[in-house]
Design a protein around this ligand. Sequence first.
Ligand code: SF4
Ligand code: SF4
Length: 206
Amino acid sequence: MFTLSYEFKNNIPVFHCNICGHCNNFIESTSHINVNRGCCWYFPKYTLMDIKNIINVGKIDFIYSLLKNTKAAISQYFIQVHGFYDKNKYNTYNENNLPISNFDSKLFFKSCPFIGESGCTINFQLRPHPCNLYLCREVIKESGDLYKNYSLERKDYYSYCNYFNESLKYDLIDNNTDLLQDASKSLNIIEKADVPTYDPMELNKI
Ligand code: SF4
Ligand code: SF4
Protein backbone atom coordinates (compact mmCIF):
# COMPACT_ATOMS: atom_id res chain seq x y z
CA MET A 1 0.00 0.00 0.00
CA PHE A 2 1.25 3.48 -0.95
CA THR A 3 2.14 5.82 1.94
CA LEU A 4 3.40 9.37 2.14
CA SER A 5 4.19 11.13 5.42
CA TYR A 6 5.86 14.22 6.76
CA GLU A 7 8.56 14.65 9.38
CA PHE A 8 9.90 17.94 10.69
CA LYS A 9 12.95 17.96 12.93
CA ASN A 10 15.42 20.70 13.90
CA ASN A 11 13.85 23.14 11.43
CA ILE A 12 14.31 20.63 8.59
CA PRO A 13 11.34 19.02 6.81
CA VAL A 14 11.30 15.73 4.93
CA PHE A 15 8.67 13.79 3.00
CA HIS A 16 8.82 10.01 3.39
CA CYS A 17 7.35 7.91 0.59
CA ASN A 18 7.39 4.13 0.65
CA ILE A 19 7.77 3.69 -3.11
CA CYS A 20 11.05 5.61 -3.22
CA GLY A 21 13.69 3.04 -4.05
CA HIS A 22 11.14 0.82 -5.81
CA CYS A 23 10.57 2.95 -8.86
CA ASN A 24 12.67 1.60 -11.71
CA ASN A 25 10.00 2.24 -14.33
CA PHE A 26 9.34 5.93 -13.55
CA ILE A 27 10.60 8.57 -15.95
CA GLU A 28 12.36 10.42 -13.09
CA SER A 29 14.29 7.31 -12.10
CA THR A 30 15.40 6.37 -15.62
CA SER A 31 19.14 5.87 -15.62
CA HIS A 32 21.35 5.19 -18.66
CA ILE A 33 24.54 5.20 -16.63
CA ASN A 34 24.33 1.82 -14.86
CA VAL A 35 23.54 3.46 -11.52
CA ASN A 36 20.27 2.65 -9.80
CA ARG A 37 19.62 6.01 -8.14
CA GLY A 38 15.88 6.75 -8.18
CA CYS A 39 15.59 10.47 -8.90
CA CYS A 40 18.93 11.30 -7.25
CA TRP A 41 20.35 12.93 -10.37
CA TYR A 42 20.50 16.23 -8.49
CA PHE A 43 23.83 17.95 -7.79
CA PRO A 44 23.23 19.13 -4.21
CA LYS A 45 23.25 22.89 -3.82
CA TYR A 46 23.65 24.14 -0.26
CA THR A 47 22.25 27.63 0.21
CA LEU A 48 23.12 29.80 3.21
CA MET A 49 19.88 28.69 4.86
CA ASP A 50 20.74 25.00 4.37
CA ILE A 51 24.16 25.75 5.85
CA LYS A 52 22.54 27.54 8.81
CA ASN A 53 20.29 24.54 9.53
CA ILE A 54 23.23 22.14 9.35
CA ILE A 55 25.33 24.30 11.70
CA ASN A 56 22.38 24.44 14.11
CA VAL A 57 22.24 20.64 14.36
CA GLY A 58 25.91 20.68 15.40
CA LYS A 59 27.31 19.49 12.08
CA ILE A 60 29.55 22.39 11.07
CA ASP A 61 32.24 19.79 10.31
CA PHE A 62 30.06 18.54 7.47
CA ILE A 63 30.13 22.04 5.95
CA TYR A 64 33.93 22.08 6.27
CA SER A 65 34.01 18.70 4.51
CA LEU A 66 31.96 20.20 1.67
CA LEU A 67 34.37 23.13 1.42
CA LYS A 68 37.26 20.66 1.05
CA ASN A 69 35.40 18.36 -1.34
CA THR A 70 37.18 18.39 -4.70
CA LYS A 71 33.81 18.12 -6.47
CA ALA A 72 32.41 21.19 -4.71
CA ALA A 73 31.95 24.47 -6.56
CA ILE A 74 32.11 27.19 -3.95
CA SER A 75 30.33 30.43 -4.73
CA GLN A 76 29.91 33.56 -2.68
CA TYR A 77 26.60 32.43 -1.22
CA PHE A 78 26.26 28.70 -1.84
CA ILE A 79 28.19 25.46 -2.21
CA GLN A 80 27.25 22.99 -4.95
CA VAL A 81 28.68 19.47 -4.98
CA HIS A 82 28.91 18.09 -8.50
CA GLY A 83 28.21 14.47 -9.24
CA PHE A 84 28.61 12.28 -12.29
CA TYR A 85 27.43 13.33 -15.77
CA ASP A 86 28.14 11.25 -18.86
CA LYS A 87 27.96 14.02 -21.45
CA ASN A 88 29.21 11.87 -24.35
CA LYS A 89 26.56 9.25 -23.73
CA TYR A 90 23.93 11.98 -23.52
CA ASN A 91 25.07 13.51 -26.82
CA THR A 92 24.80 10.13 -28.58
CA TYR A 93 21.38 9.54 -27.01
CA ASN A 94 20.22 12.99 -28.02
CA GLU A 95 21.19 12.44 -31.66
CA ASN A 96 19.15 9.23 -31.81
CA ASN A 97 16.06 10.04 -29.74
CA LEU A 98 13.26 12.56 -29.87
CA PRO A 99 13.01 15.02 -26.97
CA ILE A 100 10.68 14.09 -24.11
CA SER A 101 8.12 16.75 -23.37
CA ASN A 102 8.43 18.39 -19.92
CA PHE A 103 11.48 16.40 -18.95
CA ASP A 104 15.16 17.12 -19.33
CA SER A 105 16.68 13.87 -20.62
CA LYS A 106 20.18 14.99 -19.52
CA LEU A 107 19.07 13.80 -16.10
CA PHE A 108 19.13 10.19 -17.36
CA PHE A 109 22.91 10.57 -17.48
CA LYS A 110 23.54 12.18 -14.09
CA SER A 111 23.87 11.00 -10.52
CA CYS A 112 24.40 12.70 -7.19
CA PRO A 113 27.78 12.27 -5.48
CA PHE A 114 26.07 11.12 -2.27
CA ILE A 115 24.18 8.20 -3.77
CA GLY A 116 25.10 4.73 -2.54
CA GLU A 117 23.88 1.22 -3.25
CA SER A 118 21.02 1.58 -0.76
CA GLY A 119 20.09 5.17 -1.60
CA CYS A 120 21.23 8.43 -0.08
CA THR A 121 24.28 8.01 2.15
CA ILE A 122 23.73 11.14 4.24
CA ASN A 123 21.17 11.85 6.95
CA PHE A 124 18.24 13.99 5.79
CA GLN A 125 19.42 16.80 8.08
CA LEU A 126 22.59 17.09 5.99
CA ARG A 127 20.83 17.42 2.65
CA PRO A 128 19.82 20.62 0.89
CA HIS A 129 16.07 21.15 1.32
CA PRO A 130 15.06 20.38 -2.32
CA CYS A 131 16.24 16.79 -1.75
CA ASN A 132 13.88 16.30 1.16
CA LEU A 133 10.82 17.81 -0.50
CA TYR A 134 11.01 16.49 -4.05
CA LEU A 135 8.35 14.04 -5.18
CA CYS A 136 8.00 12.65 -8.69
CA ARG A 137 4.88 12.73 -10.86
CA GLU A 138 3.93 9.13 -10.02
CA VAL A 139 3.95 9.88 -6.30
CA ILE A 140 1.91 13.03 -6.84
CA LYS A 141 -0.60 11.05 -8.91
CA GLU A 142 -0.88 8.35 -6.22
CA SER A 143 -1.47 10.99 -3.54
CA GLY A 144 -4.57 12.42 -5.24
CA ASP A 145 -6.22 15.49 -3.71
CA LEU A 146 -4.47 14.96 -0.39
CA TYR A 147 -1.25 16.03 -2.05
CA LYS A 148 -2.43 19.68 -2.07
CA ASN A 149 -1.32 20.32 1.48
CA TYR A 150 2.04 18.66 0.89
CA SER A 151 2.53 20.93 -2.08
CA LEU A 152 1.54 24.00 -0.03
CA GLU A 153 3.94 23.04 2.73
CA ARG A 154 6.76 22.67 0.25
CA LYS A 155 6.04 26.10 -1.26
CA ASP A 156 5.88 27.72 2.18
CA TYR A 157 9.15 26.17 3.28
CA TYR A 158 10.84 27.25 0.03
CA SER A 159 9.59 30.81 0.59
CA TYR A 160 10.85 30.76 4.17
CA CYS A 161 14.28 29.56 2.98
CA ASN A 162 14.44 32.13 0.17
CA TYR A 163 13.57 34.98 2.50
CA PHE A 164 16.07 34.11 5.22
CA ASN A 165 18.69 33.16 2.68
CA GLU A 166 18.62 36.77 1.47
CA SER A 167 18.81 37.95 5.05
CA LEU A 168 21.92 35.79 5.68
CA LYS A 169 23.43 37.04 2.44
CA TYR A 170 23.07 40.65 3.63
CA ASP A 171 24.61 39.72 6.99
CA LEU A 172 27.68 38.58 5.05
CA ILE A 173 27.67 41.67 2.83
CA ASP A 174 27.44 43.93 5.90
CA ASN A 175 30.50 42.16 7.27
CA ASN A 176 32.42 42.43 3.98
CA THR A 177 32.75 38.70 3.54
CA ASP A 178 31.34 35.67 1.74
CA LEU A 179 32.14 31.96 1.39
CA LEU A 180 34.83 32.65 -1.20
CA GLN A 181 36.60 35.43 0.65
CA ASP A 182 36.62 33.89 4.13
CA ALA A 183 34.60 30.72 4.69
CA SER A 184 35.32 30.43 8.45
CA LYS A 185 34.31 34.02 9.14
CA SER A 186 31.18 33.53 7.03
CA LEU A 187 30.21 30.34 8.87
CA ASN A 188 30.71 32.12 12.16
CA ILE A 189 28.36 34.94 11.08
CA ILE A 190 25.79 32.43 9.80
CA GLU A 191 25.95 30.52 13.09
CA LYS A 192 25.30 33.66 15.14
CA ALA A 193 22.53 35.01 12.88
CA ASP A 194 19.14 35.19 14.49
CA VAL A 195 16.79 33.30 12.18
CA PRO A 196 13.33 32.33 13.47
CA THR A 197 12.38 28.72 13.05
CA TYR A 198 9.77 27.64 10.51
CA ASP A 199 6.29 26.82 11.75
CA PRO A 200 5.36 23.54 10.03
CA MET A 201 1.88 22.40 9.03
CA GLU A 202 0.32 19.29 10.51
CA LEU A 203 0.09 16.99 7.50
CA ASN A 204 -2.00 13.84 7.58
CA LYS A 205 -0.32 10.66 6.46
CA ILE A 206 -1.55 9.49 3.07
S1 SF4 B 1 10.29 10.56 -5.77
FE1 SF4 B 1 9.60 9.08 -7.31
S2 SF4 B 1 11.37 8.76 -8.68
FE2 SF4 B 1 12.10 9.75 -6.78
S3 SF4 B 1 12.82 8.03 -5.53
FE3 SF4 B 1 10.66 8.51 -4.95
S4 SF4 B 1 9.40 7.16 -6.19
FE4 SF4 B 1 11.44 7.19 -7.11
S1 SF4 C 1 21.91 14.30 -1.36
FE1 SF4 C 1 20.91 12.32 -1.07
S2 SF4 C 1 18.73 12.75 -1.41
FE2 SF4 C 1 19.88 14.47 -2.29
S3 SF4 C 1 20.13 13.93 -4.46
FE3 SF4 C 1 21.94 13.24 -3.33
S4 SF4 C 1 21.57 11.09 -2.83
FE4 SF4 C 1 19.62 12.04 -3.36
